[in-house]
Design a protein around this ligand. Sequence first.
Ligand code: FE2
Length: 385
Amino acid sequence: MPFYHKLGEIPPKRHTQFKKPDGSFYYEQLFGTIGFDGMSTNSYHEQRPTQVKEIKNQYSVAPKIAKANNMQSYRLHGFKVQPENDYLQSRKIVLSNTDCNIILSAPKSSTEDYFYKNTDADELIFIHKGSGKLRTHLGNLNFKYGDYLVVPRGIIYKLDFDTEDNRLFIVESYRPIYTPKRYRNWFGQLLEHSPYCERDLRRPQELETYNESGDFLIKIKKQDEIFDMVYASHPFDVVGYDGYNYPYAFSIHDFEPITGRVHQPPPVHQTFETDAFVICSFVPRLYDYHPKAVPAPYNHSNIDSDEVLYYVDGDFMSRNDIDAGHISLHPAGIPHGPHPGAMERSIGKVKTNELAVMVDTFRPLKVTEEALKIADSDYYKSWLE
Ligand SMILES: [Fe+2]
């Protein structure tokens, strides 16, 4: 997150003595990214954060690839993914490449008996259904329908849900997730033409601090495997931190759409960037207002990007037979566009209530076995008249 945040108690100068009321020391940790070049946070712990007690299990969570090379458009029925009690087990990778995994998840239960840490990837968790609290060692964030939760790699977290009815769309990104560079000035401040500003980004305001010893299981993801590591101190033992590297939330409902006289291209919907894919938010908005405007998108060849749309809510004017929870995959290399009749019925429409999240990847996506379980194999013929 490209702005400074401070929470809890910290000493006036970094890397200096910081003592507890009983005269013993707090333990400082510099939590850096991209070596010492990226965003970092200095945190202060009740106990040393290095106390590994035991490494128990190590098991693969690599996606099972069904189609490594894909030229077929797909529709996936996301809500057909069966709810499961456990959060990690509920995460089903449906599309994957060397830069990211696209995951559907319907967890019924909060993470109770373990903590989770992804060391390889930033996680962008979009809340389609459900509400609750993201609890991390750098503070908590309440979440509800429409929130993007950005959890940078290495943040130890748990998810508390209010009910059993939860649907998450998750992008696990091996490339750091940032706000779009073109919307930032040279200091990192979001500019006037940005569709959102700092006030819309929610930072942790509540810090849970436990000075406890015992057995604390952290499930740590590294290189497509989970390591069950037992620590001797509670992972949430931070009394304070400051810096730029922390989790934050942004609601899709706070994205201000950019409109025009003629059809605006997808970059106006861009919400986050990496150097390997973009994430866009399609939100309720007024349509184009040229007297001869065609509100439906034109056919387009995203010749070198795979395009993934996750449909959240509202009407989806350019598609026939698309519902909330569906994913469409339009692969690089071939054109796609409105379904038959969609362009014609868009004429004269003045607004849309659609809500969708798009992920455009610059490298092709592989289709997994989990995806084929919920796929419409005939979708690729749906433009035939
Ligand atoms: Fe498209």
